[in-house]
Design a protein. Structure first.
Length: 285
């Protein structure tokens, strides 16, 4: 049953609803012990596997650009309240670079902990006065090592069933659409789509079904989108190296203009990065 202002969940006083989805409702609340504003995600029925996965994933992370987990209840999660709006484009080059670096750094922190987000998209990235915050690890995949540390077990549903797709079609990597296992490289593909969108103000891929989304990826992209050459220098600057490679091994994230050069991702494109940018790039991974 939906909660109303003034209702209590233990020490948490509900202030106002924030939103709702298939997983449950989200409320703005106050921790009466600390007089701190928080966000509470309440499950529709019980503490589901997805809730447990999100708790284990976010609980393992401590990063300035990732929403923090404060507490866990019988059917709810208490999260950091983020006062911001979903990421939207088109943005100026300076903002694009700043946000892109922040998001990439947050992803890198998660990947180093054995956590793949699997649902990276602008709606899951809030922009605040101090920068970006990555949210919603409800579809996150935890490595076996991370699950062992957390004492849990991940059961990944098959993506071959249209009704069991995990993620958002327009941001899913080809291997996800094909029903293959997702990993950190899948997040890199989604990140490429996010970067494209905040530069251009439009989605890199469109498609209302798995088949149409896969077709869009295969036909419109090989290494770079055809629109790349018709855009301003902002897109060339922020997408120095393809995250859109159809093969996971060909993906990497590079920032080589206006910020300290860094490579996020596997080593496959490191040589190409160095050749393109004229120097050694220190790899983060």
């Amino acid at each position: 049953m939906p909660l109303s202002a003034g209702d209590r969940l233990g020490p948490y006083e509900i202030l106002a609803p924030i939103g709702a989805g298939g997983m449950g409702e989200v409320y703005k609340a106050r921790d009466t012990r600390l007089d701190r504003v928080v966000a509470i995600k309440v499950a529709k029925e019980k503490f589901s596997e997805r809730f447990g996965r999100e708790a284990r994933a976010v609980g393992a992370l401590n990063h300035s650009h990732i929403c923090q987990l404060y507490d866990v209840g019988p059917d709810f999660l208490v999260m950091e309240y983020v006062d911001g709006k979903p990421l939207q484009g088109p943005l100026a080059l300076e903002q694009t670079l700043r946000y892109a670096v922040e998001i990439a750094d947050a992803l890198d922190a998660a990947h180093r902990k054995g956590i793949t987000h699997r649902d990276l998209k602008p709606a899951n990235i809030l922009v605040t006065k101090s920068g970006t915050k990555l949210l919603d690890f409800g579809l996150a995949k935890l490595s076996k090592e991370r699950e062992a540390v957390a004492g849990g077990e991940t059961r990944t549903k098959s993506l071959t069933d249209e009704n069991a797709i995990l993620g958002t079609l327009q941001y899913m990597a080809p291997e996800q659409l094909e029903g293959k296992e997702a990993d950190a490289r899948s997040d890199l593909f989604a990140f490429g789509a996010v970067r494209y969108e905040i530069v251009t103000g439009k989605r890199a891929f469109e498609g209302a079904s798995k088949a149409s989304a896969a077709s869009a990826e295969t036909v419109r992209f090989s290494i770079y989108p055809p629109e790349k050459n018709t855009l301003s220098g902002a897109f060339n600057t922020t997408l120095s190296v393809p995250q859109f490679a159809l093969s996971p091994d060909g993906r990497a994230i590079v920032f080589a203009a206006g910020v300290q050069p860094r490579v996020f991702g596997g080593p496959a494109d490191a040589a190409a990065c160095r050749e393109q940018d004229g120097g050694e790039l220190p790899a983060v991974r």
